[in-house]
Design a protein around this ligand. Structure first.
Ligand code: APR
Length: 313
């Protein structure tokens, strides 16, 4: 059986980290693609990881390129192409510039990799994945955005730190848009199977939920020269792995809603099943009135950016 081809468009901080993780997990051969101005950078990163394969015990091949033609035949394409935030910027400040980047990349994917599963990471996420699906015209089950996996992982991390338990035993659910309006669900967090309300007050949870909504900004203000990249990279690889290994993983992803949650034709973060057919199922979570109101507000924020894409892209 031929090895899978995984193309990473954008070979920057997230792209480079994903290449390393993909090689370690032996999920397929990796192609790192960036713009010609970066010169040898994608080739250099690919070669650097190649040279460590003996130590890592992996046999995947990695190549770097500045030519979109090398997207051809990809099984999975993960897109980080664009610019990240600087301190003081919101994700929405990137809308104009990154929209154009997604259009260029989307047209190349459409032309050369018509069967690919496309995962978008570029911010502002919900609008960029909306634009990607529009530009490629691919079925919406094959175009998803990475956000909820990361936001849920961040909340789980904060809960685990607060309780002094292992992060891998905490499962959390953060829904809605990938921005200030994201919604953390108190009763959907479990700690080794124990519902969180049995272990933590709502007041404390609300503090952790607020930190989660600002977690990306917290990293930006610490890094100064870029935004988070390790945890976004591993979150996207979790989604790619679910698809490539047909795991039927339940992951919160930005998916195109078709009437679920009373929303139609808009990308927004909700729990779904990812397997060999991409998004195979969307779960509708029961929310209380306050959570539903917060979710609706988040959907409105996604709609505002999607309308901008429709009007300007
Ligand atoms: N085609 C291919 N690559 C591109 C293009 C393009 N049209 N435009 C920009 N790039 C490349 C840049 O040259 C850069 O190497 O995308 C890469 C982005 O990498 P970084 O600047 O290191 O950003 P990163 O931290 O990886 O984040 C990428 O993900 O989380 C989001 O907000 C973040 O939108 C940002 C994206």
């Amino acid at each position: 059986m031929a090895r899978k081809k995984i193309v990473l468009v954008g070979a920057g901080q997230i792209g480079g980290t994903m290449a390393l993780v993909l090689a370690q997990k032996q999920l397929g051969d990796v192609v790192l693609i960036d713009i010609p101005q970066t010169e040898g950078m994608p080739k250099g990163k690919a070669l650097d990881i190649m040279e460590g394969r003996g130590v890592m015990g992996t046999s995947c091949n990695l190549t770097g390129s500045t030519d979109y033609a090398d997207i051809a035949g990809a099984d999975v394409v993960i897109v980080t192409a664009g610019v990240p935030r600087k301190p003081g910027m919101s994700r929405d400040d990137l809308l104009g510039i990154n929209c154009g980047v997604i259009k260029t990349v989307g047209e190349a994917i459409k032309k050369t990799a018509p069967n690919a599963f496309v995962i978008v990471i570029t911010n502002p996420l919900d609008a960029m994945v909306y634009n990607m699906q529009k530009v490629t015209g691919f079925p919406s089950n094959k175009v998803v955005g990475m956000a909820g996996v990361l936001d849920s992982s961040r909340l789980a991390c904060f809960v685990a730190m607060e309780l002094g338990v292992s992060a891998e035993d905490v499962k959390a659910l953060v829904m809605g848009g990938h921005g200030d309006t994201m919604v953390s669900l108190y009763e959907c967090v479990s700690v080794g199977g124990i519902p969180l309300p049995q272990l933590m007050s709502k007041e404390k949870f609300d503090e952790l939920a607020a930190r989660t909504a600002n977690a990306g900004g917290e990293i930006v203000s610490l890094l100064v020269r870029g935004s988070a990249f390790y945890s976004p990279a591993t979150s996207a690889i979790k989604m790619a792995e679910a698809y490539l290994l047909d795991k039927k993983s339940v992951l919160t992803c930005a998916v195109k809603l078709d009437g679920e949650y009373g929303v139609k034709g808009l990308y927004c973060g909700v729990p779904c099943v990812i397997g060999e057919n991409g998004v195979e199922k969307i779960f509708e979570v029961k929310m209380n009135a306050a959570e539903k109101a917060a979710f609706d507000k988040s959907v409105e924020a996604c709609k505002k950016n999607a309308d901008w894409v429709d009007a300007n892209a």
